[in-house]
Design a protein around this ligand. Sequence first.
Ligand SMILES: Cc1cc2nc3c(=O)[nH]c(=O)nc-3n(C[C@H](O)[C@H](O)[C@H](O)COP(=O)(O)OP(=O)(O)OC[C@H]3O[C@@H](n4cnc5c(N)ncnc54)[C@H](O)[C@@H]3O)c2cc1C
Length: 496
Amino acid sequence: MKMQRVVIAGGGTAGWLAAAALSQQLKGVLDITLIESDEIGTVGVGESSIPPMRVFHKLLRIDEQEFMRSCEATFKLGISFEGWRKPGDRYIHSFGMNGKPTWLCEFHHFWLRGLERGIKSELGDYCLELQAAKAHKFATSPQSEINFAYHLDATVYAKFLRKFAEGHGVNRIEGKIKQVKQKSEDGCIESLLLDSGRSVAGDFFIDCTGFRALLIEQTLQTGYEDWSHCLPCDSAVAVQTESVSTPVPYTRAIAHEAGWRWRIPLQHRVGNGMVFCSRYMSDEEATSKLLQEVEGKTLIQPRVLKFRTGRRRKAWNKNVVALGLASGFVEPLESTSIHLIMTGITRLMQLFPFGGIDPSLVELYNQQTQAEVEKIRDFIVLHYHATQRDDTPFWRYCKTMSIPETLAHRIALFKSAAHAFQAEGELFRVDSWTQVMLGQGIVPEHYHQVTATMSDAELIQVLSSLRNAVSQAVAKLPAHQEFIERYCKAGHAAGA
Ligand SMILES: Cc1cc2nc3c(=O)[nH]c(=O)nc-3n(C[C@H](O)[C@H](O)[C@H](O)COP(=O)(O)OP(=O)(O)OC[C@H]3O[C@@H](n4cnc5c(N)ncnc54)[C@H](O)[C@@H]3O)c2cc1C
């Protein structure tokens, strides 16, 4: 059986990313059709990204400046977590490395030794990206090693990708899918029937229909693993506001009594939203709190979104692969959803069933997808669980809820010996685990004793030279806004 006709159902970020990548990388090999419905529209959020997006864009040969200008994008160096450990507290999880590791242990062991020897500093003092974020500074060049991501306008991004994909031969059909037809012999999808009466047949289908999961769930009934016991937020309300100040190079994640609020600064506006748990906060309370707390005039009506954290039991089932929200949703705290779409697409391109669907391919795809998303889940649960907050029922729940064994092990390891690790194929690095563990208030009891082979004088010298190198590098950087003006200023009218 030859797999040539690929049909993508849905044209949000997931659908258009899949269309863009497959059409560009497998040009002439696959015949790609995308169906989307303007009437249904897209989820309209998803504006904060993480650094691997740059790698994916490079793969597609997307020009960074053109992308940034089109999508009103700003630079992102990390996330500012406010009130997560306790109200009034703040730490930044940046995309940078903490100091310099040795082959025996990570840098933070030396920093911990320094603290014990009375050398006062914060771990973040040794991280360029973190200090640049704090100082609202940024610059990049082909030689620069600064690690960064973007804030982008989600709706424009899908349009940008659509133009790219159509330029590479993707055939777009406007219409609502009203019926999914399966083959009688094996239950595989045969065609999608639109409300216009048109039938679109395919060999392989990619379900990008968002939370509806029209093919993978409504038709194939694949099943869903629910994670709401350890990721209890299930609702969000989003609103866009006018910018009242120059954009900062980080996303803000501000904890509140029943979840958290995001603030994502773009060039032309700010994206805001409240993520909350409906057991502890109503839609009305969340909306009113959001409207009270945002700065600047609102540009749209607030929109409530409902979700269930978890993952589709099989991301690939029969001749369907689900991407984006159709495949599950961890929750937006660490901006990982678009990244998971990109790794899903990459994996699909690597394992594409050109000669027909072999169960071994499907199994490998599903195993890798599960392993990847479970590690991300653990990292996000960490933020909720490792807290000193007990001021509201929500935080008391988070503090005492049962967590995955894999995360419990990581926390125990860090508490006892300051060890953090990046497992094989894992997205988050040791630096991320360390910044968040310390930021959430986990204090290690011991650290690696190779640090004791250094005299106090040597330790002072090493720590201060690393710190100075970071502050000197930050001092040379221009302001974030200044760099945007020079590098990627979008051509919008003021306030538009
Ligand atoms: C509150 C919230 C905040 C988020 N923040 C972030 C973030 O900061 N960073 C991040 O990486 N991700 C974030 N995400 C996730 C991100 O929004 C999604 O991963 C991304 O937008 C992809 O969505 P999608 O394409 O899967 O779905 P959608 O955008 O919902 O697209 C679904 C598509 O399917 C089409 N469709 C559906 N049914 C039919 C039908 N019957 N017929 C025809 N077409 C149909 C729709 O028209 C649409 O084109 C967030 C998500 C939520 C809920």
